[in-house]
Ligand binder design. Structure first.
Ligand SMILES: *[C@@H]1O[C@H](CO)[C@@H](O)[C@H](O)[C@H]1NC(C)=O
Ligand SMILES: *[C@@H]1O[C@H](CO)[C@@H](O)[C@H](O)[C@H]1NC(C)=O
Length: 358
């Protein structure tokens, strides 16, 4: 079992998937131009005994020297200038988890380990993030994301990092989806590795550990753990903040994993037990626009989803600004339930669903 796991890691290392360094000396072939990043939160004394050698490159160092972030939170890589073999040796008795990530191709790459107390700001370039600690009950988040779609600013987020083979980095967020939204309070990212596209204009954000969203903010992202690969059933109800009896609009844009076939149900709960359920197949881009006196939204799925959303509720707009949404004209409008049900529903709220072929 252990051996199989080790073999799995070694196979992946060749494809530059982060390698979890095991307890035996490991010989890793490295090509000229490769940048190596050591990801760990282990104690200094242990990491100093964790040696890294590459004879042709005159490297005789230790992991500690390469695992301490700069003041901006990013790591300085160990750069290989001639083809070589890297020999990594773990000290006797050490138990620290150390991952090795390597990249040879990506331009302007910034690699950030995320610690429990990290608060990492945006940096120009391709930014990749690795959770190196797992604070109890917390997940990776992006907070206070500012983007200016109307001035060609954009942000795209992917599960996974460049160099992964299975699956390829898989999109979970795209600011282009909502041209009118320029601020997101929180993106939930309950995965261990993710990357953000290089952007240079009008973007800022903070990456840190945070709490899972239970009440929808004015704008944000909710996501299943292990997106996009999970096949677990999930059923989560998110509250919607409203002031008194105000009518709100809610816009949701889900991302699914297209290589798996499954269905996700999004149910909007209006007051007085009135609800409307909408189904989304994983192979189409869905979009949902709902309006009315809604209290909560329930998302049930047998697979993975990441849902980008915004609402116009006045109670959640305290931070930043969200421009008034103009909504998207649905290409297909589907309604479910009997007509009398729909009729009753209309007085409380209305839901439009569109399914678009990507
Ligand atoms: C380094 O290794 C790569 C891949 O094996 C090879 O294509 C390249 O020619 C080698 N470079 C030198 C200078 O030997
Ligand atoms: C939010 O949207 C609802 C439904 O379209 C609308 O009735 C309400 O006036 C909007 N609220 C604000 C603050 O724009």
């Amino acid at each position: 079992m252990k051996l199989a796991f080790l073999f799995f890691c070694l196979t992946l290392s060749i494809n530059s998937k982060p390698l979890l360094l095991a307890s035996v000396p490991q010989e890793i072939p490295v090509q000229e131009g490769t940048r190596l990043y050591f990801l760990t939160s282990g104690p200094e004394a242990e990491l100093k005994g964790f040696t890294v050698k590459a004879a042709k490159n005159n490297i005789d160092s230790n992991v500690f020297a390469y695992s301490v972030p700069e003041t901006d939170g990013s790591l300085s890589p160990l750069t290989i200038t001639v083809n070589d073999t890297l020999i990594v040796t773990r000290p006797e008795g050490s138990t620290s988890a150390v991952k090795l990530y390597q990249d040879r191709i990506t331009q302007s790459l910034n690699v950030f380990p995320v610690f429990e107390k990290s608060s990492i700001g945006f940096k120009s370039g391709k930014n990749v993030f690795f959770a190196v600690e797992k604070p109890n009950g917390k997940i990776l988040t992006i907070q206070n994301l500012k983007v200016d779609p109307q001035n060609n600013g954009y942000v795209r987020g992917y599960s996974g990092v460049p160099g992964d083979l299975i699956p390829q980095p898989y999109m979970f967020f795209n600011s282009d989806v909502y041209q009118s939204v320029n601020f997101y309070q929180q993106l939930d990212i309950p995965i261990d590795e993710f990357s953000m596209d290089p952007v240079f204009t009008g973007v800022s954000y903070t990456v840190s550990f945070g709490q899972v969203t239970t009440t929808l903010q004015s704008s944000g992202l909710i996501m299943t753990p292990n997106y996009p690969l999970t096949l677990d059933l999930s059923d989560i109800t998110f509250n919607i903040n409203r002031v008194g009896d105000e009518s709100v609009s809610l816009h949701m844009n889900p991302f699914f994993y297209r290589d798996h076939v499954y269905t996700t149900f999004i149910t909007v709960n209006f007051g007085f037990g009135i609800q409307q359920e909408n189904s989304f197949p994983s192979q189409l881009d869905g979009r949902m626009n709902a309006a009315g006196t809604m209290n909560s939204v329930e998302v049930r799925s047998s697979g993975a989803y990441a849902i980008q959303y915004y609402t116009n509720s006045t109670s959640t707009n305290a931070l930043g600004t969200t421009l008034a949404g103009q909504g998207t004209t649905p290409s297909i409008i589907t309604t479910t339930g009997s007509s009398s049900f729909i009729h009753t529903c209309l007085s409380f709220g209305v839901v439009f669903v569109s399914l678009l072929i990507r």
